[in-house]
Design a protein around this ligand. Structure first.
Ligand code: DGL
Length: 265
């Protein structure tokens, strides 16, 4: 079935998940919405994040997607269940996938969760991690400066390195062997984060596991695209198209992308 897969995020973060889906499922078309005008979602109320997430899902429903990936941990934490219950297509989040990736990798069961304030406050990672292994010791850390850094496009220089080191300071003297990048923006900062926590620590995102979940879900429903389909991805941003374009084209390495401005209501 050659209908598109919908992917949503508060901004460019979900592109880290979209990239893994493109890698694993090269015949699938992705329709992506980044709510860049209202990013970050991290400090917003649950109700507000739920409303915005619903608006994105509704906009993609009109474009006849065959499934939806909430490629945003903050939105997954507050809107996954209600969307799963009410949308006419399957809906996947990223939190269970992230927790699974960590539990597969950790040896000492000491796991740091880096995420937005909203995700940390929701306790969704604790729940997901403990449901997989009850003896996991979890160290949650909100990093509110990281998303604005990525969205500004200024995430490569010295200033970024300093800001990241500062944000990770509370991890000093803590014992852990695995870090979950529990915000889909953070894989864009992965190298800098790895440099701070050291090379003995596994730094993981939910992207790969989520892409596996997408494949399984489509296969299960018999809705995978035909093997000869050439994908025609479309991207929509609620804010500046040029800034979205520069980050998306740099991250996805797919040449010029089809990106349009969208208004959500
Ligand atoms: N990328 C998002 C996440 O995974 C949201 C970041 C934000 O808007 O604060 O949580």
């Amino acid at each position: 079935m050659n209908a598109p897969i919908g992917v949503i995020d508060s901004g460019v973060g979900g592109l880290t998940v979209a990239k893994e889906i493109m890698k694993r499922l090269p015949n699938e078309t992705i329709y992506y919405i980044g709510d860049t005008a209202r990013c970050p979602y991290g400090p917003r109320s649950r109700q507000e994040v739920r409303n915005f997430t619903w608006q994105m899902a509704k906009a993609l429903e009109k474009l006849n997607i065959k499934m939806l990936v909430i490629a945003c941990n903050t939105a997954t934490a507050v809107a996954l269940e209600s969307l799963q219950r009410n949308m006419p297509f399957p809906v996947l989040g990223v939190i269970n996938a992230g927790a699974r990736a960590a539990v597969k990798k950790t040896k000492r069961h000491e796991v740091v969760v880096l995420a937005t304030e909203g995700t940390i406050k929701s306790g969704a990672y604790e729940e997901a991690l403990l449901s997989l292994n009850t003896s996991t010791h979890i160290i949650p850390l909100a990093c509110p400066t990281f998303v604005p850094l990525v969205e500004s496009g200024e995430y490569k220089g010295d200033f970024a390195t300093k800001l990241i080191a500062e944000g990770l300071k509370p991890l000093k003297n803590q014992q852990f062997d695995t870090v979950i990048l529990g915000c889909t923006h953070y894989p864009i900062l992965q190298k800098q984060i790895e440099a701070v926590v050291g090379e003995d620590v596994n730094v993981l995102s939910s992207a790969e596991e989520t892409a596996k979940d997408v494949q399984e879900m489509l296969a299960f429903n018999g809705t995978l695209a035909n093997a000869y389909t050439v994908p025609a991805h479309k991207f929509f941003a609620t804010g500046s198209v040029p800034i979205f374009r520069s980050i998306a084209e740099n991250w996805l390495e797919q040449g010029t992308l089809d990106i349009k401005r969208i208004t959500l209501k």
